[in-house]
Design a protein around this ligand. Structure first.
Ligand SMILES: NC(=O)c1ccc[n+]([C@@H]2O[C@H](COP(=O)([O-])OP(=O)(O)OC[C@H]3O[C@@H](n4cnc5c(N)ncnc54)[C@H](O)[C@@H]3O)[C@@H](O)[C@H]2O)c1
Length: 275
């Protein structure tokens, strides 16, 4: 059911690669709720994925931008302002990639050039995006920027490797830029810390299948899906959340506040008995 929560609002959605992507669902939801959007992704991802179909469905222009390139981001923001005829209201940063994870490098033996790339793509790109938006004064007052993160920024998860460090930096940038952007332009910046979700990026993490099942059993409400996440993102873009900023918002079915569940203990003790 649509509520018209984003009626009259305009924004950029990054990171939709294919139908599984969280950003794909967020784009559809934003349009369903009345928004006009511009889609973007890295040039290489445009070739690999199916974002053209989404652009058609959403009646949205597609502006390629490597999120690590300030020049590309400037073109993206200029292109969006031209398309919208002025300032806009929201941006979704849904971007993450670790060459160390992709190439299976263990955390105690990461390649430092790869680490630089992980941090640039998955965290510093948010700073670059915000900085371009700020300098071009591209966002309306009470605009909203959301970036997606994972609880490995707070607690260690085997296999998440240097993506954990990237997410910690991403969340820190959210607070640091949130202070300036909030004070001077009333723009809010938050991260949403999402449950494990079966997407291309999610599948790159070692043991994702088991991690997904464990998180589901540890969450009173079960794992939040990509579609659930799209709903939450929409609420954060809407006027109903105007005084929420610089927060890391857990969207994880209660996982982050749970120490133990009967299901997990039962599975664990069953495993011990079978040893
Ligand atoms: N899937 C999960 O379990 C999960 C959980 C919590 C948070 N997240 C986060 O959600 C976000 C979206 O990931 P997803 O799960 O939808 O997977 P996804 O693979 O569909 O999306 C990741 C996107 O990042 C884009 N990207 C990579 N390098 C880029 C670059 N240089 N410039 C621009 N874009 C680039 C990819 O093209 C892709 O569209 C990521 O930040 C991810 O870390 C995912």
């Amino acid at each position: 059911m649509a509520y018209g929560l984003l009626k009259g609002k305009k924004g950029i959605i990054s990171g939709a690669l294919n139908e599984q992507s969280i950003a794909w669902k967020a784009a559809l939801k934003a349009v369903e709720e009345g928004a006009e959007i511009v889609l973007t992704n890295a040039p290489v991802s445009l070739r690999l994925g199916t974002i053209n179909e989404l652009a058609e469905q959403c009646n949205a222009p597609l502006i390629p931008a490597d999120a690590t390139s300030v020049e590309d981001l400037e073109k993206l923001v200029d292109g969006a302002m031209e398309h919208f005829g002025g300032k806009f209201d929201f941006v979704l940063h849904s971007i993450g990639m670790s060459p160390n994870v992709r190439k299976g490098r263990p955390y105690d033996d990461i390649n430092y050039d790869y680490l630089g790339k992980t941090l640039d793509i998955s965290a510093i790109s948010l700073h670059k995006m915000l900085s371009v938006l700020y300098k071009k004064d591209a966002l309306n007052e009470w605009g909203s920027v959301v970036a997606l993160t994972y609880i490995a920024a707070q607690r260690t998860f085997d296999g998440y490797s240097d993506m954990a460090d990237a997410k910690a930096l991403l969340e820190s940038i959210t607070r640091s830029f949130g202070l300036k952007y909030g004070k001077e332009r009333h723009v809010r910046i938050n991260t949403i810390s999402q449950s494990p979700t079966k997407t291309t990026a999610g599948s790159g993490i070692a043991g994702m299948q088991d991690m997904f099942a464990y998180a589901d059993a540890m969450s009173p409400l079960g794992n939040a899906t990509a579609a659930d996440c799209a709903d939450y993102i929409t609420s954060m873009f809407s006027d109903l959340t105007r005084h929420v900023t610089m927060q890391n918002l857990y969207h994880d079915g209660g996982f982050s506040a749970t120490g133990l569940t009967a299901e997990v203990v039962e599975a664990f003790t069953k495993g011990l008995k079978n040893e």
